[in-house]
Ligand binder design. Sequence first.
Ligand SMILES: C[S@@+](CC[C@H](N)C(=O)[O-])C[C@H]1O[C@@H](n2cnc3c(N)ncnc32)[C@H](O)[C@@H]1O
Length: 456
Amino acid sequence: MELPVLFEERMRRMLPPEEYEQFLKSYEREKYHALRVNTLKIRRKEFLERGLFDLEPVPWCENGFYYGENERPGKHPFHEAGLYYIQEPSAMSAAALADVQPGEYVLDLCAAPGGKSTQLASALQGQGLLVANEIHPARAKILSQNIERMGVRNALVTNETPQSLALRFPAFFDRIIVDAPCSGEGMFFKEEQALIHWSPENVQMCASRQDEILEEAAKMLAPGGTLVYSTCTFAPEEDEGSMVRFLNAHPEFSVKKVPSPEGFRPGHPEWVDGPEELKATFRLWPHVLKGEGHYAAVLQKAGELPEHASFGKVPKADRAVCRAWEEFAAVNLRETPEGIPVLFGEQLYLLPVAIPLKGLKVLRPGLHVGTWKKNRLEPAHALAMVLRAQEAARSLELHPNPDESWDMVSAWLRGESVPADGENGWTLALAEGYPIGWGKVSGGQLKNHYPKGLRR
Ligand SMILES: C[S@@+](CC[C@H](N)C(=O)[O-])C[C@H]1O[C@@H](n2cnc3c(N)ncnc32)[C@H](O)[C@@H]1O
């Protein structure tokens, strides 16, 4: 791989000579593949007991595992069932450092395609609130699909600028992740675009954009809250540099000392004329650990976390719709998910927390439970994806014998209907016990309602 000369010169100045050679060599090796088990759907232990792939733990992420280069987890039906998320291993560091607890209010400000958001959602375990925001509309759609596939019930997916989000959510969140757009020097390996667009001017542009994003994040963090900043670049201006500019402008913030995971190296204040406390930020180097490289910092805002702020009431879906939802749940579910029913056009959602949505660009205001059409409620795919098999009144196993082929599941994922002799009505289709969508039994068939856009 041919690296930009100015990049090489800068890296040579940054690293001691033997380390610089090792750093260069890291570009020649095979890239690492990893997945993260989605604990909203399956426990780590159960996933390992299934022995699906040849796995090795990622040291800094409890549910992260490297898999062999010949494995194809993206093709397995369990990927569609949302049992795991394929993610670059060093990218698992920021959300792990955020140490999110169930019930907190969390913002992922630069969230698409959703690696960190889905990791934060697992940590929340369906309690509290996740706002997953992405500025680019097309990327926000992909984020929203991943939130759905992973069975996240308490997320609001927005497509806003950090500035307008900050107007709606002043001092609102317990934790914020800023996984900033950056010059992507850690991505040279896999994305030619990062290599083509690299220039010292672009590094400067990214650094100023990071300052702007962090400024808005600061406004949205509650006193006593935690801000995690990360990039996938090695440029000091965008890493320790962004932190020093931010800390100078915000004396209410300091670097939080958190235990250093295996393989992480300290940040370098001397590269940016910054304070010693930057040594408690983290450098993930591709020649030191098994990953493409990252920078991460955990910052703390002074003060005590207050009670969660309330916006008061939000307008609920009208009575007929709420009643239809209750009736649907009574007939088809054994447990009814919680949330405030809100109608967006024909789409019914359960909003996890009373947040006024007017004026915000929202793609997914909570859990999508159904479509209200012709005075009937048809269940949404997202609802199937948050349920456990036992939470539906009826389910049908499409892969009853683990030793047999996955033909019936594959047919289902292509949109085909399958034979079924159960009771008529909405039925959860299962792949070895894990929901993959809704079907409707009638006339000895499970009619396929797998969304057209997802069919293989
Ligand atoms: C490093 S990526 C995020 C990756 C994501 N956190 C994940 O783990 O899957 C940075 C994101 O920031 C978005 N972005 C670009 N410009 C932005 C801006 N001015 N404000 C906020 N986000 C921006 C990009 O579209 C991109 O999706």
